[in-house]
Design a protein around this ligand. Sequence first.
Ligand SMILES: Nc1ncnc2c1ncn2[C@@H]1O[C@H](COP(=O)(O)OP(=O)(O)OP(=O)(O)O)[C@@H](O)[C@H]1O
Length: 286
Amino acid sequence: MNSILEVSGLNKSYGDFSLDEVTFSLPEGCITGIIGVNGAGKTTTLRSILGLTKKNSGSIKLFGSEMEHHERELKNRIGIVLDDGYFYDELTMAEMKDVIAPAYSAWSEQDYKRYMNRFSLDPKQRINTLSKGMRMKYALALALSHQAELLIMDEPTSGLDPLIRSQLLTILTDYMNEGGKGVFFSTHITSDLDKIADMLIMIDHGKIVFQEEKDTLLDSYRKVKGDTMTLNADTRKLFLSISTTEFGFTGITNQTAKVQKCMPDVVVERLTIEDIMLSHVEGGRE
Ligand SMILES: Nc1ncnc2c1ncn2[C@@H]1O[C@H](COP(=O)(O)OP(=O)(O)OP(=O)(O)O)[C@@H](O)[C@H]1O
């Protein structure tokens, strides 16, 4: 499978925080979510990819070309939805569109109108009067109106009600079905990923923890419950996190077969993406 985005050895420091050798790639044809708790480095990663934050080092390749040397040409091929609106608030949506549209060689007025209608947005409305959900839909209408091959979105579902979130997920699925090559978005609402993501990347403290296909990930992790007496120095090593109460322990493992061999009486259950994410972050550990 071709990679449409390849990030390798990306470093960026801000005081106490740094992205540390961030490396991952997006295969063509996938909806990929980058997950992590607040402050993990999702936005910094996306902004560095887009050249909105200056990286310290590392390589960003989009469609096989280095972003640094082909920024204008490559940005023409991607649709961007950021959470800190990059619009002039005092303009109407139509006026803002007139500012943005000329930047794209493949701008389609027809697609723009179609999305504005689909999202029930009135182009004459001022941007500073839009609700959060309307603002996101407007950003998406712009991102989808220039034949973008890849959509990159920062927390697109954050702060949206369940109805709009669900509509957004449908739009992303439709976009892929209509020939989009990829969607890459950050989120900490992991239930959205349960529904639509093909691939997951987790970041914590500026480091990539894993990149995995969602189904493989959900198949490889298990929650294990058992008697605390069965825990010893060796069996503890099989778990990413363990919590104990007077009734027993609950642990999360990606070595289920070994656990079942060493601890035959435990109960094994499936996990959600949120459980897996939490098992990896600090504090998930005992
Ligand atoms: N412009 C900046 N100047 C200084 N520090 C920054 C700047 N932008 C981000 N940071 C710091 O970098 C760290 C990572 O922030 P980032 O926004 O990338 O995290 P995030 O995973 O997107 O979090 P959230 O889910 O809260 O949006 C944080 O500690 C943040 O304070």
